[in-house]
Design a protein around this ligand. Sequence first.
Ligand SMILES: Cc1cc2nc3c(=O)[nH]c(=O)nc-3n(C[C@H](O)[C@H](O)[C@H](O)COP(=O)(O)OP(=O)(O)OC[C@H]3O[C@@H](n4cnc5c(N)ncnc54)[C@H](O)[C@@H]3O)c2cc1C
Length: 367
Amino acid sequence: MPEVKEIEILIIGGGPAGLSAAAAAADLGASVLVLERDGKPGGQLVKQTHKFFGSKKQYAGDRGYQIGNLLIDRCQNNPKVEVWTDTTALGIYEDGVVTAEGQGKHLKIKPQKTIVATGASEKMIAFPNNDMPGIYGAGAVQTLMNVHGIVPGQRVLMIGAGNIGLIVSYQLMQAGVEVAAIIEAAPAIGGYLVHASKIRRAGVPILTSHTIREAYGQESVEGAIICRLDEQWQPIPGTEQDLKVDVICLAVGLSPLTELCFQAECQMKYVPELSGHVPLRSESLETTRPGLYVAGDVSGVEEASSAMVEGRLAGISAAYSLGYGNEAAAKLQAEALAELSELRSGPAGQKTVQGIKKLMDKEEAAC
Ligand SMILES: Cc1cc2nc3c(=O)[nH]c(=O)nc-3n(C[C@H](O)[C@H](O)[C@H](O)COP(=O)(O)OP(=O)(O)OC[C@H]3O[C@@H](n4cnc5c(N)ncnc54)[C@H](O)[C@@H]3O)c2cc1C
């Protein structure tokens, strides 16, 4: 039987939410262990080469990977924080023990408090041949190009004109890959117009009210049939176009990675505005399972800026509940809550605000 590692606060996931939680809890004096399944912490930030939007307080204007490095440095420079990379949390049990797999070993950890900051996974859409080689999620394309220096192909069809679809299209073009078109099922572009304008200026059509009918090819993708949608989102016969592409990239949204929350029996609710099933939680981000907190995209898909503030809030709250910080912690909690409302006060934050309201609405059933 493996030995049990005891720790005050365990954080699952070393993205912007998890690293911010670790630094905040350790600054108050708590001992923290972060589990990260990748070889390097940083989460989505490690592959973001563009300058971030958002608020200056959350490093807007810096490139994503630079923000990731700042957070990693903060944790590395704090002797209260341990980070185990290449370590995947597998389960959270009734007695509070968390099991993990790391460096070929089965590990057991007994934390006093746990923060789940596992982020989100990419969504897929159904169409004939969607399992063919050459079909990627946008995150996978970014990892290939920006982490490993490999382009996915020569000519790409991008599906989805949200910020991720627009940014990854631009990065493909910067890497010398042709983007044949960006198609979007909604009647309007979902991402920021500043990103869309850059793409259009480069001559790439952004076709709203369009979808993919099918991918085709022998061994791998050789093309895609796209078509226009009517106001009821139904394909309009006769509007099909055949695009010769060797890559189809899906940027159709993310779903919170909540398996561990389900397994830990947190009360969950499906909230479309938060992109899927998310755990009910208090203002300080504690779920219905006492001592288990959530932060970042796992609690509702949003942005790195809010993930960092939620991480800080969860870290402070967990440390505070262990008796660290006292009045200072209460003040820091209030500051983080005020920062979150400020971040969500603009038009982009309204969806999250509505989602959280729905989540906490006692009238609507949870599962
Ligand atoms: C193309 C793109 C562009 C973006 N641009 C911006 C932008 O300009 N501004 C902005 O604010 N946001 C932007 N975002 C969004 C931002 O990257 C995310 O909202 C943010 O990274 C969420 O942080 P997180 O810590 O919750 O999750 P993540 O960054 O996804 O981190 C979660 C971490 O948990 C780890 N993990 C998961 N499960 C386990 C497990 N079982 N055990 C151990 N580890 C686990 C993962 O490996 C990962 O490292 C962008 C995202 C994308 C994809």
